[in-house]
Design a protein around this ligand. Sequence first.
Ligand code: NDP
Ligand code: 8X3
Length: 249
Amino acid sequence: MSITLITGATSGIGLALARKLAQQGTELILTGRRGERLDKIKVELSKSTKIHTFTFDVSSRKAVEKFLNAGQELLPRVSALINNAGLACGADKLQEANIDDWETMIDTNMKGLLYMTRAIVPYMIKTNNGHIVNIGSAAGRWAYGGGSVYCATKFAVRAISESLRIDLLGTNIRVSNIEPGMLETEFSLVRFGDSERAKKVYEGVSPLQPEDIADTILWALSRPPHVNIQEIVIFPTAQAAITNIYRRS
Ligand code: NDP
Ligand code: 8X3
């Protein structure tokens, strides 16, 4: 039986996808830093399928290596890796930004995704089967003020997806890059660390919901083996472009 591995399954897109895949009976490896949440999710989803949880920080190379050791019996069966764990920290102008925030975003969104991909792809090559789904962002196509490093990490996710697709040419392994626009999850709370400010991001708008992206990922995963969905950009209807948002007054 094959396994789907989702990083960042404790909330938002990762959790919505885990719930949908569990309903279909897919065996899952779920990861995140908040172990208590993972424990609860395991109890909830184990009613439908086999769930394995691992609590670790994807931005720590050592922690990823520990996970690879602990999960070594499961990893050869991973047929889909959903590189979803990610975050933005702050939205300050580059000249005013906190450099620690940059490190966190680069280490999580880029290096974490790379560590996980480097570890899992060799197993997929052995079976000549697999699907890497990277959660990029519309911010990985269009930059905006105050987003320099977050946008750069998501531009990087797009570049990594493109290169990996070329590196894997000739295998049956697929690589997809999913690029959502405004999406209501814990993302803005994490970004600003302030629930009032986070609420304002979505004020007067019907943003995307994590289930919208989970459905899109499920669709990409379920295409026949000769079809690779390379990239999908998804905005809410009220967002025409990265900084063009219509708000009801
Ligand atoms: P959430 O904050 O709701 O979820 C983020 C998930 O990532 C959590 O499960 C969190 O788990 C996990 N995570 C964050 N940092 C780490 C880390 N260092 N190690 C392990 N897990 C980590 O946000 P979203 O669901 O919105 O975010 C999912 C992805 O979607 C991200 O890559 C984000 O950049 C991207 N995205 C989000 C958009 C939005 O507007 N919301 C739009 C476009 C893309 P824990 O805290 O338990 O570690
Ligand atoms: C998140 C979308 O526009 O808030 O990736 O950066 S945005």
